[in-house]
Design a protein around this ligand. Sequence first.
Ligand code: MD6
Ligand code: FE
Length: 218
Amino acid sequence: MITTDLFPATLNPSRQYETLCAGAVVLRGFALENERPLLGAIETITAQAPFRHLITPGGFRMSVGMTNAGPLGWVSDRRGYRYDAVDPDSGKPWPAMPEVFLELAGAAAARAGFPGFVPDACLVNRYEPGTRLTLHQDRNERDFSQPIVSVSLGIPAVFLFGGMQRTDRAMRVPLAHGDVVVWGGPARLRYHGVLPLKPNHHEALGACRINLTFRRAG
Ligand code: MD6
Ligand code: FE
C-alpha cells in the first residue's frame, strides 16, 4: 500500500472509514463538505433555542450546554431523562430540523450500512475546554434498531467507546472537526462518553466543540 502518508487523513480513502466494532464506524471528515450550511443552521437553531445546562435526575448541572432541533428534543430534569416536543425554557416547539442535517445524517447512516435513516431528533451539544460527558448508554429512544449519527465540529475531543457494561474497558477515539460516528445494530447500547476537552481554538468555532447527535427517538 502506498496511500498511507500521501494524503491528509480527510482525503485518504484508506482512512475515511474506520470500524470501531461491529455496528460502529468513524467517517473521517464526512461533514466537511457541508461545513458552512451546518454552521449556519446551528446559528439559526441556537438563536431560537439557546444552549442551556440541564439538571440531571440526581440534581447535578451538566457541564455540556444543550439544545435541540426537530420534532423531538432530549431533555433532563429532576423527573428524569426523556424526549419532549416542547422546549421547556420557551414553551414552544423545538426549532425545525434543517434540511442539511437530514441529508447529512441519512447519508452517513447509509454509508455505515443503515439505509433509510430519518432522524426526528437532533441534540446539539456545546463543549468548552474542561467540559466532559461521563460514560452512559443512549436508551431513551423507542426503537434500538435505529442507529445514532454523531457529528463533531470545532475543537478536537477524545470519545470514549466502551462495552455493554459501564466497567468494560473503553477505547479512546480522537474526533476532529467534520468527523462523523455512526452507531447501531450490535453497538447501539454500548457505553460511551467524552473526556474533558483540552484548551484549544478552532478557526470557525473558537474555543468550543459542537456535537450534533441524530436519533430516531419516537
Ligand atoms: C458527544 N455523544 O460526542 C456525545 N451518543 O459529544 C454521545 O453521547 C453519543 O456521540 C451516542 C452515539 C454517539 C455519540
Ligand atoms: Fe450518548
